[in-house]
Write a protein that binds this ligand. Structure first.
Ligand SMILES: [Zn+2]
Length: 376
């Protein structure tokens, strides 16, 4: 890949990280605000419940005072009844007393009602107070978390910004300007070419353009969406079905009888793209599987009787591509669970060479452009 394109990919990653971090920083105060709003709601509810409890208390006192008044009146009527001269007057006083007694009973009922209310009210106040306490603690924790995350994000942002600035210095000015202009309008300035298609706008590339892109010798821009193309053979959607039979002028051909053999498989079960390493050892062989892009080992080393071609026939399907590669078994063991990046690079490059060769042979054999595009 061209160094400028490599840098642009790094720059794109930096831009994405910076955007993500900024969004996160901006989202945190909003999250805190939502909880604070909830907290304010609970506080208001508590105020209301407390106020209601207070007015209950006031009512109870009022009813009690009324009863006291009425009792005072009754004893006054009783005193007066001792001095009455007529039956009429006596009856009237008796009537007043009865009326006051009824009023007392009414107020006593009201007090009872308030007392029942008070119990429910107290429970509600206690529950709301507990809720408020929990929510306050939650808000404090959220704020503390937000402070921590924001501080971390700011630190990361500073690092990414520095990285971004450094990268921008290393990319040619015109290309950078183009990248930034397209990124501004389209959200991304780069587009991968995969399966002869621009992954940015899904437009098919002409065969000639596609060939040039895969050769990676100059910077190319999508005519439709203006994004800058990049091409990674490892991500190619349509792996060539060519096997070991490729004869190349430039690419060294792995020896068929070598005691160690590396293969690429684009379709290895659930793992998808993998690298397979076989080592023959006397009458037996071993197999190691690595993830194509990260180089991480998948599963353990598997040993079987017989040389690898006999021992692992199920692996060597038509889609398996034989790669150049030989490392000491001791060295391979020292890699541990991951193929070192320089080794991974060599294997990736060899796969790229196979595909280039395949395309070259392909082109030689096709007689017309129509036939060529139909076959590819
Ligand atoms: Zn495009």
């Amino acid at each position: 890949m061209l160094p400028d394109i490599d840098k642009l990919l790094e720059l794109q990653l930096a831009d994405q990280e910076i955007r993500k971090l900024r969004d996160e920083v901006a989202a945190l105060p909003r999250r805190v605000a939502v909880i604070e709003q909830k907290l304010a709601g609970t506080k208001a509810h508590l105020e209301k419940v407390r106020a209601a409890a207070k007015s209950d208390e006031a009512n109870r006192k009022k009813f009690e005072a009324t009863i006291k008044d009425l009792q005072g009146k009754i004893s006054k009527y009783r005193d007066q009844s001792l001095d009455v001269k007529t039956n009429e007057q006596y009856k009237a006083l008796l009537h007043e007393i009865q009326f006051a007694e009824e009023e007392i009973r009414l107020n006593e009922d009201l007090i009872l009602e308030v007392m029942v209310n008070v119990e429910a009210r107290e429970k509600e106040v206690k529950a709301t107070e507990a809720e408020l306490k929990a929510e306050t603690a939650e808000v404090e924790k959220e704020k503390e978390d937000a402070r921590k995350v924001t501080a971390e994000d700011q630190k990361k942002l500073a690092e990414w910004n520095a990285k971004r600035d450094a990268l921008r210095q290393e990319i040619s000015e015109d290309l950078l300007r183009h990248y930034e202009r397209v990124a501004k309008f389209r959200g991304s300035g780069l587009a991968e070419v995969r399966g002869q298609k621009c992954m940015g706008c899904q437009v098919m590339l002409r065969p000639q353009t596609y060939n040039e892109v895969t050769l990676g010798e100059k910077v190319m821009v999508c005519e439709a969406c203006q994004r800058i193309y990049y091409y990674n053979p490892a991500n190619e959607v349509k792996p060539e079905q060519e096997v070991i039979t490729v004869t190349g002028r430039k690419r060294a051909r792995p020896k068929a009888d070598a005691p160690q053999a590396w293969f690429y498989r684009p379709d290895y079960g659930e793992e998808g793209e993998v690298l397979l390493a076989y080592i023959n050892n006397g009458g037996s062989s071993t197999r190691r599987i690595y993830e194509m892009h990260t180089g991480r080992q998948i599963g353990d080393v598997l040993g079987r009787e017989g040389t690898y071609r006999l021992a692992f026939p199920e692996d060597l399907t038509d889609s398996a591509l034989r790669l150049n590669g030989h490392w000491d078994e001791k060295e391979i063991d020292e890699w541990g669970s991951e193929v070192p990046s320089n080794v991974l690079d060599l294997l990736h490059k060899d796969l790229l060479a196979i595909r280039r060769e395949h395309r070259a042979t392909h082109k030689d054999h096709s007689s017309s452009p129509a036939e060529q595009s139909a076959a590819s």
